[in-house]
Unconditional design. Structure first.
Length: 202
């Protein structure tokens, strides 16, 4: 799977900036007028997702229905800035954090999972980047298999919705429409990459 990542990786990493500020993901602002604006691909009529953003199939119909309701209420589409991450994508993201010296234990809420990733990096880094990436992927994949998520985007059932460009009334409408559909809204609008994190599963 790692070998399959290549040309699309950069675009993908642009799309992954929707993590809360505290999570140490500062690759690029998802709100910057960068390549993502030009390459954005419409997924449905009522929402769009950046290239590489994976909307979990299990929640896609509910997301589409929410987006349709939001469009009816506001006339605007939803912009999905992050979806479900595969372990190798999370590994690439955290490898970049570690390579530039970030303290991932401090930056990630799941301290024990982040510590395990940092320890794998410390052990594997001397073997080169590919070996380090493989080691991180192995650790994160095992964590996911055990139900331990270093990022909540490893768990299927969540997306981030951009909230810059939405006024107060539109933001309130999004929260109200989501909650009416049993979708939990985590307000991350005051972080460096302002968004609402929508949890479709408990
Ligand atoms: Zn999120």
């Amino acid at each position: 799977m790692v070998a399959a990542m290549g040309a699309g990786t950069i675009a993908l990493l642009w799309a992954l900036a929707g993590e809360p500020a505290g999570a140490g993901v500062q690759l690029a602002s998802s709100d910057a007028a960068g390549p993502i604006e030009a390459e954005r691909a419409a997924v449905s009529g009522d929402y769009s997702a950046a290239p590489g953003v994976e909307v979990p199939p299990a929640i896609e119909p509910r997301l589409a229905e929410l987006a349709a309701a939001f469009r009816r209420a506001t006339g605007k589409p939803l912009v999905i800035t992050d979806g479900t991450r595969r372990p190798e994508v999370q590994a690439e993201l955290m490898l970049r954090n570690l390579e530039r010296g970030d303290d991932v234990v401090r930056n990630y809420a799941n301290k024990s999972a982040a510590r395990a990733v940092a320890e794998a990096y410390a052990q594997a880094r001397a073997g080169g980047r590919a070996a380090a990436l493989a080691a991180l992927t192995t650790v994160i994949r095992a964590q996911v298999a055990a139900g331990d998520y270093v990022s909540k985007h490893l768990r299927e059932g969540a997306v981030d919705v951009r909230c810059t460009g939405l006024d107060k009334r539109e933001r309130a409408a999004l929260k109200r429409l989501a909650k009416a559909r049993g979708i939990a809204v985590v307000d991350e609008s005051r972080t460096s990459t302002p968004h609402y994190h929508l949890n479709f599963v408990r």
